[in-house]
Design a protein around this ligand. Sequence first.
Ligand SMILES: Cc1cc2nc3c(=O)[nH]c(=O)nc-3n(C[C@H](O)[C@H](O)[C@H](O)COP(=O)(O)OP(=O)(O)OC[C@H]3O[C@@H](n4cnc5c(N)ncnc54)[C@H](O)[C@@H]3O)c2cc1C
Length: 299
Amino acid sequence: MSPTPREVTVNLFKSGSPLIGKVLENRRLTASDRPPENDVRHIVLSSDGLSYLPGQSVGVVPDGYDGRTGKHQNLRLYSVSSESKGDQKDGKTVSVVVVRHFWREPEVPEVQVAGVCSRYLCDCEVGEKVKITGPVGKRFLLPLDFHSRDLIFIATGTGIAPYRGMLTEMFTRNYHGKAFLFFGVRYADTLLYDDEFRSYVDRPNFRYITALSREAEQNPYPEEIPTVANKMYVQVRLWEHRVELGESLAKPDTLVFICGLKGIEKGVFSVIDRIGELNGETDLSKRLKAEQRILLEVY
Ligand SMILES: Cc1cc2nc3c(=O)[nH]c(=O)nc-3n(C[C@H](O)[C@H](O)[C@H](O)COP(=O)(O)OP(=O)(O)OC[C@H]3O[C@@H](n4cnc5c(N)ncnc54)[C@H](O)[C@@H]3O)c2cc1C
């Protein structure tokens, strides 16, 4: 059963006439002794007049000009990490989770260049004004009839953002399906919003499963689910939970959400297919995609 379409508002604010929000909070979510590329921040912006749903993204327009085009900097998108009423529950704020991005020019590989917008946001001070656009996104949303569906959420890194708001909304609105949250990061102290997700684990219908790719634990299934240097990737955890997942995937209305860096989906689809094979079906991921039961947000 595909998700029931829902009415969503998009593009209330555009680059030419953005909403001017203010930074209300800018807090580091990762341990402070981690190197800068592990600097991930929870940023709360005032956003009176912007309505949105978890799963949508907002744009941020950084100041200044793009040296390559000579034009104003373009907006960058960030997934909303708050519930639709915002962290302050008054409908006047939006939260995002931003990782400080770095890249290297092939000609000067020794120099690390900071991304424009992520640096701007990570360094912004409380009280600073920020140009906000959006919201955008009509697909990666909880369906209206989420209450009894099993929901499988899979994330790496900042891909966790949409699930924070979705889980808050589910657990305050009589959710009685079964929800899984699979979350992959490199180190234990880079697990974003870990305390918040742990606060749900006593619920009988919630599973929170983490995969730490740079800690000591190795992939125990290198034959079935090969990973680079036997690292503990999120797809290994999916395989570890293949029986429970197989039961959920056999239900006609279960949805799978995948969010994170581009490429995450490949390993996830192949495990879904293997779980399907255990239950006598080939190409399960293909069928789920055709039924719009796999929702994907990668960047
Ligand atoms: C739907 C969606 C949701 C997203 N959600 C999040 C989120 O929740 N959290 C998050 O942290 N990010 C998210 N992103 C990514 C985010 O939009 C930005 O892409 C990211 O923050 C990097 O932007 P930046 O301005 O810091 O880097 P940029 O300065 O834009 O650099 C990005 C890349 O552009 C290239 N580049 C830049 N300048 C040059 C140059 N002068 N010459 C050659 N190449 C160059 C490099 O390859 C570099 O790696 C999302 C993206 C999408 C599409």
